[in-house]
Design a protein around this ligand. Structure first.
Ligand SMILES: [Zn+2]
Ligand SMILES: [Zn+2]
Length: 278
C-alpha cells in the first residue's frame, strides 16, 4: 500500500489480485505485478485515488507481460469525475490489446472473485465523502462453513461419526466472513457494513482533532472508534495520513500500540510503500 493524503492512495490485495484505488505511482511501483491485477475498485473520483490509472492502463498494453489479459475497473455509479475519465480513456486508448471494462456499482452490489479454496466476493457499501462526490467502500468476503451452535460442544469423534453418517448438512451451516474492509478516504465508517471484519483499512488523515477544519475525512481517534464499534477482529490499518505528521508518526504508533484493544493498529507512513502482511 501507498498512501499520503492529497497525493496518492492505492492498496494491492494479492490473494484476490484486487487493487483498491489507483493513485499516482501504483503501476510504477508494482511493475510486472501490474499484470497480476484482475480488478480495480475505485472508492471515488478524486485525483489522488485515480491518477495512476493512466499508467496502469498503458502498462498493461505495452510492457512485457500478458497484454491480452482483461481488466475490470469498478466505480461508484453516477460519479461524474470518473465518467469524464472513462470518456478520456475511451478516446485516447482506442486500440487496447486487452478488454477493458468499466463497471458502475452501487451499495449492496456483489462482485464474485476468483479466489482460493472458499468462494469469495466483494460486497459494496456506502460511504460519505465531500458533497456531490459519490463514494463507496468494499469488503472482501469469504463464504465459510462452521458447526451449528447446538453441535459445537460435541467431542470430535461424535462429529466425525455424524459426518460419516451423511449428516454434514444438518450439523453445519454456511456463513460469510468479512476478511478485508476498505473505506476510501470518507468520514468515519458506520459499523454496520463492516461489522466483524478481520482487517479494516480506515482513513486517518488527521492525527490531531484540532487540525481538522471541517467535517471531512477522519481522525486517528475516530478510526479507532469505528474499529471498536465494528468489532474488528485482527487489524486496523490507518492510511491517508497527512504528511505533516511524518515526524510524529513513530510516537503516534507507540501510543496506539499501548492501547489495550482486541486488534493491532498499523499506521501507514505517508510517502512510503508499505507491506502490510494481512
Ligand atoms: Zn477524496
Ligand atoms: Zn484522498
Amino acid at each position: 500500500m501507498f498512501s499520503k493524503a492529497l497525493y496518492s492512495t492505492w492498496a494491492y490485495y494479492a490473494p484476490d489480485r484486487v487493487l483498491f484505488d489507483c493513485g499516482e505511482g501504483a503501476s510504477t511501483f508494482l511493475e510486472n505485478r501490474s499484470f497480476a491485477i484482475r480488478k480495480v475498485f475505485l472508492s471515488h473520483g478524486h485525483a489522488d485515488h485515480v491518477a495512476g490509472l493512466t499508467g496502469l492502463i498503458n502498462i498493461r498494453n505495452n510492457a512485457m507481460g500478458d497484454r491480452e489479459k482483461e481488466l475490470q475497473i469498478y466505480f461508484p455509479a453516477g460519479n461524474h469525475l470518473i465518467s469524464e475519465l472513462i470518456t478520456y480513456f475511451s478516446r485516447t486508448n482506442r486500440r487496447l490489446r486487452y478488454h477493458l471494462e468499466w463497471v458502475p456499482l452501487g451499495a449492496g452490489d456483489r462482485v464474485p472473485l476468483v479466489g482460493g479454496r472458499q468462494p469469495r466476493h466483494v460486497e459494496v457499501f456506502p460511504t460519505v465523502h465531500a458533497q456531490g462526490e459519490k463514494s463507496l467502500g468494499y469488503n472482501i468476503v469469504e463464504r465459510r462453513q462452521r458447526l451449528r451452535e447446538a453441535y459445537r460442544g460435541l467431542p470430535q469423534r461424535e462429529i466425525v461419526d455424524l459426518v460419516k453418517a451423511g449428516r454434514r448438512d444438518e450439523i453445519s451451516e454456511l456463513y460469510d466472513q468479512r476478511l478485508v474492509s476498505y473505506g476510501g478516504d470518507s468520514v468515519p465508517l458506520r459499523p454496520g457494513p463492516i461489522q466483524d471484519t478481520e482487517v479494516l483499512l480506515h482513513e486517518a488523515t488527521f492525527l490531531a482533532d484540532e487540525d481538522r477544519k471541517e467535517y471531512k475525512h477522519a481522525t486517528l481517534e475516530e478510526a479507532i472508534e469505528a474499529a471498536v464499534a465494528a468489532r474488528v477482529q485482527r487489524k486496523l490499518i490507518c492510511f491517508h495520513i497527512s504528511s505533516r505528521y511524518r515526524r510524529e508518526l513513530a510516537r503516534a504508533q507507540k501510543q496506539v500500540a499501548a492501547l489495550e484493544l482486541p486488534f493491532s493498529i498499523t499506521l501507514v507512513p505517508p510517502g512510503q510503500v508499505c507491506e502490510l502482511d494481512i
